[in-house]
Write a protein that binds this ligand. Sequence first.
Ligand code: ZN
Length: 189
Amino acid sequence: MAILKVSRLGHPVLRNVAHAIDPKRITSPEVQRLIDDMFDTMREYSGIGLAAPQVHEGLRLFVAGTAAKPLGSVVSDEGEMPLMALINPELTLAGEPTELGWEGCLSIPDIRGRVPRAPEVQVKAYDRAGRQVAFTAKGFPARVIQHEYDHLDGVLFFDRMVSFESLTFLEEYERYWVRHEDGEDDDAE
Ligand code: ZN
């Protein structure tokens, strides 16, 4: 178990396209240790997702979620997002990436911005046991998965923003934006 150093905006590893992991290597001690360390690191920094390039590993792997529960065929906004480690994931967006929602990133500390994402996504990947899994993610989990997947292609959430008007430091986010949006339709602005 170890807390890994998180790469920050400007480090080239965040802009490179990550390499697929040979499925036969998924159960190797090296990959299993990396997955354990990524879960530890994500928890340490109170993240809900962490991709391998964020810990200086150019591999197509990310971890996400908050609750130790099995991964069903649908991961929705109901209940906590199950913990998952996804290897060589493939996403198919269902619907246009037009739903605006707030995102932050452990590699871009203390910044928030509103990012358009698809409301639903079909996910195919290997799990940490080397098994192929397929499920549908909706709502916030779909957003987290799209964010983490982007890291594997060297894409950061800034790149997806259609306007920087909502770009804000965390302190100002909490002071001005959270309260401001109470009771308002997110899409109405
Ligand atoms: Zn991120």
